[in-house]
Design a protein around this ligand. Structure first.
Ligand SMILES: NC(=O)c1ccc[n+]([C@@H]2O[C@H](COP(=O)([O-])OP(=O)(O)OC[C@H]3O[C@@H](n4cnc5c(N)ncnc54)[C@H](OP(=O)(O)O)[C@@H]3O)[C@@H](O)[C@H]2O)c1
Length: 252
């Protein structure tokens, strides 16, 4: 049996309508997983659906994850169709690069609501016996910004640091329920979030950031492969860790 196989696992992925979440969906389907794809944009979720390996079963939830009361009933419906859930990737996220003087309470709140609180609220739902397979694995997509300082990123970095430390505590709490919990910290990955950031900070600052990646900018599949490891039985002895996937960015 291939220890990296995701066959007969049902995996819920937030942010499945774009970027890293879309790539995670496609790569997990290639490993045999059935999927619940979560995002707001139904058309983009349908596009992800069309890219999945033929034969993999998938359901869509088009909801705003900052409204968890709508999410639980949607999850319950999908569990009825696909079976209990054994994997979760919280990939939905927003990024803002702004000088501190442009940060305000609303900005911190918006970023934390999606990057942190929504992910932990969904984890709470998925740790309930009625939705959870006997063993399961939760993966939170953080960022190197949660470990390394960067100008203009106070709110974003704080949210990603919270993801790393919150996931570690969840790992300690949920191990009794046979749930492993880990985070992944990517550096820059070629996705729409990165394009938007480069537009915000301009050409010179963008080139400077690219230069800081010894192996260059990453691709979404580089992060998806790390998710496959953490979701599969290959990582059955791994919990409470933060896996850095950054082309050498934080090694300098
Ligand atoms: N790209 C990078 O360089 C990089 C580096 C380090 C970490 N990360 C992290 O990786 C994750 C994915 O980034 P990405 O580059 O793939 O970003 P992306 O292409 O902009 O995708 C963001 C995803 O989040 C979803 N989302 C945002 N707000 C939502 C909400 N309120 N409710 C439901 N879904 C919501 C979006 O779905 P809808 O559009 O359908 O709402 C979309 O699928 C983020 O957590 C990001 O911080 C990215």
């Amino acid at each position: 049996m291939d220890p990296f196989s995701l066959k007969s696992k049902v995996i819920l992925i937030t942010g499945a309508s774009s970027g890293i979440g879309r790539s995670c969906s496609v790569e997990c389907s290639k490993r045999g997983a059935d999927l619940i794809l979560l995002g707001r944009n139904r058309d983009e979720l349908m596009k992800t659906l069309s890219l999945l390996e033929s034969g993999s079963k998938a359901e869509i939830i088009a909801e705003d994850i900052t409204q968890p009361e709508n999410i639980e009933s949607a999850i319950a419906d999908k569990v009825m169709i696909l079976g209990k859930i054994s994997g979760f990737i919280h990939c939905a996220g927003i990024e803002k690069t702004l000088p501190l003087k442009k940060h305000n309470a609303a900005l911190y709140h918006d970023i934390f609501a999606i990057n942190v609180i929504a992910g932990f609220e969904i984890a709470k739902i998925l740790s309930l016996k009625k939705y959870k397979e006997e063993t399961s694995s939760f993966v939170f997509i953080s960022s190197v910004a949660g470990m390394v300082g960067e100008p203009g990123k106070a709110a974003y970095s704080a949210s990603k640091g919270a993801v790393i430390s919150g996931a570690r505590s969840l790992a300690m709490e949920l191990c009794r329920s046979n749930v492993r919990v880990n985070s992944i910290s990517p550096a820059m990955v070629n996705t729409p979030i990165l394009e938007r950031m480069f537009e915000e900070i301009g050409e010179e600052a963008s080139s400077e950031i690219i230069r800081k990646h010894p192996l260059g900018i990453g691709n979404p599949e580089d992060v998806a492969n790390a998710c496959i490891f953490l979701l599969s039985d290959a990582s059955r002895w791994v919990t409470g860790t933060n896996l850095v996937i950054d082309g050498g960015y934080s090694a300098q």
